[in-house]
Design a binder for this molecule. Structure first.
Ligand code: TYM
Length: 340
């Protein structure tokens, strides 16, 4: 760990500055970053290099990066404690990425379901970056020798790839250079689903705005989206077993439980057998109580560009110190060092 750190383990996670942040990003990832800062040296990264694997309008990318940094801080990540930074400002990520590209196997990348989903039928025409995206993600983690990676469930397969890369790298070079990173996936909100279809993940790319609640939504917008959320004609079921076939009900109860930090079973006990309208009325309050202070703080922070730039600059130079040491070690181990 870095000399200044009192911790023996390190957390790293990243969020893409694309299309705004939704409740799934918050409940599945960002909210869980906050308590980890007390236990681990923590780095939270705005992954702009991942964002450009699909086309980004340069001027919009800048404001989206500010939005993610603001969301981190507004959600309770303390920039004095944690390192908040911008991926592209620490070139060691991409330097390591090339080396890891030479370790990872094409067969491993061919199995990545997120690439298959994102590329769809357009496979021949998507960027090479979209294909090698998980290798860059492994570099984000390994350039800090991170031991723990908090993510939503959709990133689990990418984490497994990072672990495969560690095993092969350490084995090929006969040195335990990298620790095996462990995913931290919260079981209560690992996969927040679309409000329009409980079998689909809440996502930035869904064409329906009613499928997701954004961290920038007004209270009225939140209320409208929850009122319109898809539900069943019958009341909420009496048993948890029946919930398995009612994905929309399960999702609304999950959102309630995660926003309120209340055990899922207690929430279920409160609403089982009741009409969806009763749950929705309470859920509107619960979501607004959670999101509106974050939205207000994000809006304040995004107008203070000077402050955000300072946070990101300080974060990048703290991150760079750790990354440079690890890259040096990797260069030595792989024979890429300058001593000939
Ligand atoms: P991204 O930007 O798509 O999402 C950021 C985080 O939000 C989680 N998430 C969700 N969790 C629950 N329910 C949902 N519906 C939902 N949608 C998104 C994601 O799992 C993620 O934790 N590849 C990553 C970014 C990344 C990264 C890294 C993460 C780049 N480098 C290194 C960890 C470590 C991504 O695209 O996340």
């Amino acid at each position: 760990m870095s000399k200044e750190s009192k911790f023996s383990e390190r957390v790293l996670s990243g969020v893409q500055p694309t299309g705004g942040l939704h409740l799934g990003n918050y409940l599945g990832a960002i909210k869980n970053f906050v308590p980890l800062q007390q236990k681990f040296e923590s780095l939270f990264c705005v992954v702009d290099l991942h964002a450009i694997t699909v086309w980004q309008e340069p001027s919009e990318l800048v404001s989206k990066k500010c939005e993610v940094a603001a969301a981190f801080i507004a959600s309770g990540i303390d920039p004095k404690k944690s390192i908040i930074f911008n991926q592209s400002q620490v070139p060691e990520h991409t330097q390591l990425s090339w080396i890891l590209n030479c370790v990872a196997r094409i067969g491993w990348l061919n199995r990545m379901t997120q690439f298959k989903d994102k590329a769809g039928k357009n496979r021949e025409n998507v960027s090479v970056g979209l294909y090698t995206y998980p290798v860059l993600m492994a570099s984000d983690i390994l350039i800090y020798k991170a031991t723990h990676v908090p993510v939503g469930e959709d990133q689990k397969q990418h984490l497994e790839l990072a672990r495969d890369i560690v095993l092969k790298f350490n084995n090929d070079f006969k040195r335990e250079v990298f620790p095996l990173p462990k995913p931290i996936i919260m079981d209560n909100a690992a996969r927040i689903m679309s409000l329009r279809d409980g079998t689909k993940k809440m996502s930035k790319s869904d064409i329906s705005e009613y499928s997701r609640i954004m961290l920038t939504d007004t209270d009225d917008e939140i209320a409208k989206k929850i009122k319109k959320a898809k539900t069943d004609a019958m009341p909420l079921p009496g048993t948890k077993k029946e919930l398995e076939n009612m994905p929309e009900a399960l999702n609304l109860l999950t959102i309630y439980s995660a926003c309120q930090d209340e055990e899922f079973d207690l929430v279920f006990d409160k609403y089982h057998g009741k009409n969806f309208s009763e749950l929705k009325i309470d859920l509107i309050d619960v979501v607004i109580n959670k999101i509106s202070p974050i939205r207000e703080e994000m809006s304040r922070l995004t107008t203070d560009k000077k402050y955000l730039r300072e946070i990101l600059d300080v974060g990048s130079s703290r991150a760079k110190k750790i990354a440079a040491d690890v890259l040096k070690e990797v260069y030595e181990v792989t024979g890429l060092n300058s001593n000939i």
